[in-house]
Design a protein around this ligand. Structure first.
Ligand code: 8Y7
Length: 410
């Protein structure tokens, strides 16, 4: 599989602002933007034929040539890997030349084209009566855990009512959607039966559906649970296995016309934290998520109904989590909105001197604000909705800060 992804965090809009600060006319700005060698793509998975093509087309970093410059990776340890740098126009030439060269180079053409499209905003998503305008701000998914019920019916009723009340409070606090979960996916947790999960989740979905218009997500890996939850009024299925556990799940989502969030996981919740290991972390996550999207699409789920998630804490070490969070933008080559869950997770506890989950709010807000400031996540999954909304209002505004006075507005 050939894959190309931008490796620098240069934002075209920053360049435009620089030109404005220089007082350049609009036409000059557009011309300059075209000629700027601003794009660098890391390419992996190339075969000898593609490497030969890239090598013969460009051997140096001379940007006056028609194609991007090619810098090969180590042929022994990282064969088929390299860096392409050049202007947007040169990358477009490369795509056209690879397409023209025929089938042998079409995978290279597609990978580079996907990377070029990574900065293009994806279409808005409508869930119920809410519209998600990707890129406009960071949206918030509130977590509603349905606690295991006790033996008596009274206990079950109490936990259902508590979950509904909690969901309503989160909606009131500004949640853009709610994620209802009846199966613990914490490290080391064991699966629950379909019956148990249905008994926990469905009454909560029904109760929330009757009392709020906020879109509802269900965190489940089982087709049988998803079917009933969607019937009860849920809009989105949040599958932490990326449609890899239950082959029927993708079809249930497709038939209901529902939306899904497909998450990366290495291993299963019971075993995932024992010895997470990656050859190339970003590469492995991309490959898994691409395969998950393929499973969804072949079952009939349209791309516009898919969100993706790198799965923070799911088969990842402390370092893996930080590495991925820092490189969320590299996952943009998938061309789909990203949902990220860091709320109260273990890596945050370790960063703040071993605080327990109940004392990780400030650490969670730090992670949420950092993601928003870097532009990595479209949706964050959090327990503390009101606090996250405030942190995001600030981080999103800073990220967009463009009005520097008269000089900058022309
Ligand atoms: C995530 C998640 C959990 C996450 C998505 C926890 C269900 C563990 N984490 N779903 N679920 N992304 N999509 O600590 O990161 O909340 S459960």
């Amino acid at each position: 599989m050939i894959r190309a992804r931008p490796v620098t965090a240069e934002h075209p809009e920053d360049l435009v602002l620089a030109y404005r600060r220089m007082g350049l006319a609009a036409a000059a700005q557009a011309r300059l933007r075209e000629s700027e060698p601003h794009l660098r793509l890391l390419v992996t998975g190339l075969g000898p034929q593609e490497v030969a093509f890239l090598q013969s087309s460009r051997a140096t970093h001379d940007v006056s040539e028609a194609l991007p410059a090619w810098l090969a990776g180590d042929a022994r340890t990282r064969p088929g890997t390299g860096l392409l740098s050049g202007r947007a126009e040169q990358f477009q030439h490369l795509v056209a030349a690879a397409r023209a060269a025929g089938l042998g180079l079409s995978a290279l053409a597609s990978a580079v084209a996907a990377a070029l499209a990574a900065g293009v905003p994806y279409p808005a998503l409508t869930l119920g009566d809410r519209r998600f305008d990707w890129g406009a701000r960071t949206y918030v998914m509130g977590v509603v855990n349905v606690t295991p019920d006790s033996f008596s019916d009274g206990g079950r009723f109490a936990s259902t009512e508590a979950a509904i009340a909690h969901g309503l409070a989160l909606a009131e606090a500004g949640a853009d959607l709610l994620d209802v979960g009846g199966e613990s996916t914490r490290p080391g947790s064991l699966p629950v039966s379909v019956e148990q999960e249905l008994a926990r989740v469905v009454p909560v979905i029904e109760g929330l559906r009757a009392r709020t218009s906020v879109p509802l997500s269900v965190d489940t890996t089982k087709a049988a649970v998803a079917r009933e939850a969607l019937r009860a009024g849920a809009h989105l299925i949040n599958d932490v296995t990326g449609f890899s556990a239950d082959a029927e799940l993708a079809r249930v989502v497709a038939e209901a016309g529902a939306t899904c969030c497909l998450m990366h996981i290495q291993g299963t919740p019971a075993t995932m934290q024992q010895a997470p290991r990656y050859d190339d972390l970003v590469e492995d996550v991309l490959a898994f998520l691409e395969a998950a999207v393929a499973r969804a699409e072949s079952a009939g789920v349209p791309r516009g109904r898919i969100l993706l998630d790198p799965g923070i804490g799911f088969g990842k070490t402390f370092e893996h989590n930080l590495f991925l969070l820092r490189r969320l933008e590299e996952l943009r080559v998938l061309g789909l909105p990203l949902l990220v869950g860091t709320s109260r997770k273990g890596f945050l506890g370790r960063l703040v001197g071993g605080k327990p989950a109940s004392e990780r709010l400030a650490a969670t807000l730090g992670s949420v604000a950092a993601m928003a400031a870097m532009g990595g996540a479209d949706v964050v999954r959090v327990h503390d909705v009101s606090e996250a909304r405030d942190a995001l209002a600030v981080a999103d505004a800073i990220r967009r800060g463009e009005d520097g006075g008269e000089l900058y507005t022309r």
